[in-house]
Design a protein around this ligand. Sequence first.
Ligand SMILES: *Cc1c(COP(=O)(O)O)cnc(C)c1O
Length: 377
Amino acid sequence: MKNVSPAAITIPSSLLPSDGRFGCGPSKVRDAQLDALAADGRRLMGTSHRQPPVKSLVGSVRAGLRELFSLPDGWEVVLGNGGSTVFWDVATFGLIEQRSQHLVFGEFSQKFADAVAAAPHLGDPSVVASPPGSHPAAVATPGVDTYCLTHNETSTGVAMSLARPANIGDSLVVVDATSAAGGLAWSPSEVDVYYFAPQKSFASDGGLWIACCSPRAIARIEQISATKRWMPASLDLKIALDNSRADQTYNTPAIATIFLLDQQIRWMLDHGGMSWCTQRTTESANTIYQWATASPYASPFVADAAQRSHVVATIDLDGVAATDVNAALRANGIVDTDGYRKLGRNQLRIGMFPAVEPTDVNALTTCIDYVVERLRN
Ligand SMILES: *Cc1c(COP(=O)(O)O)cnc(C)c1O
């Protein structure tokens, strides 16, 4: 190998994507969203979240998500501060009655299982694990009242199709959809709680959790709340539910995050909703996986094509260091293509959320080929 400094490689501008943000969260925020915030934000930023302007913005987000996901009557969109990580604690207090089961197949699903295992008021969780790069299946288990699934394991690029496990009676199906929501298809009939944060497929900023809740989930929230189980008010799902019904949050939210989220939901709906979004992510995914499969030095990490995520692609490299490729890309304005550090593989990880142009994913593959050719010579 010749000593080419990655940062010294200049990709011809004609090959570059129109936008170089391919991170998996925070992810690309479209210029039009930021322009709208600059143009219209003055009306909202710096004003009370208890007054009609911000409350109607929250109402617009709640109604928009209901429409985007075609939520049946009786479903409610609940939100609070803290992101998906905080929602794990919220669920530990307010959704799991006694014992949960967790499908663990990466860092994020592991963290929720760990949070539950540490909770003194719950039984030891049932954990069904599979090696990174695959996903396990739920196992109906007596005594388990909540089955915890992850729609897209952002750490490994594995997606699972959501189906209510057989023979689980009235147990809840609770899905971490943090990176999937808005980019992968799902059906409310298979799920009771579909929760996420807005900095991934919804092209906004972090700090908020949003949970779409079925009537069965609402009943569970109310039932646990009635038992007077101790829980911190900031993690109390019944308090969050009551505030959400009034288009508010329990404490002050980041208004810009909600504004950018609303912009993205409107953009998705204006273009045709979930079918349009999943068409885009599928097109991007086909581009990247076909390129990697044909490449002499790249290959998809996820062996089973059916489990390859359409929003987060993990691509193994052979014969070239991913750190060098990433450094060369970053020097040319293409950022956050780094693999998940704890996975410890020579890998690129690429966010292909709805905001990312499929043509830019194609341009990215050309740019990767360009830098690898120069790094390997
Ligand atoms: C990003 C992510 C999280 C953590 O989200 P935060 O908002 O940072 O807490 C949890 N689960 C999955 C699947 C994620 O992709």
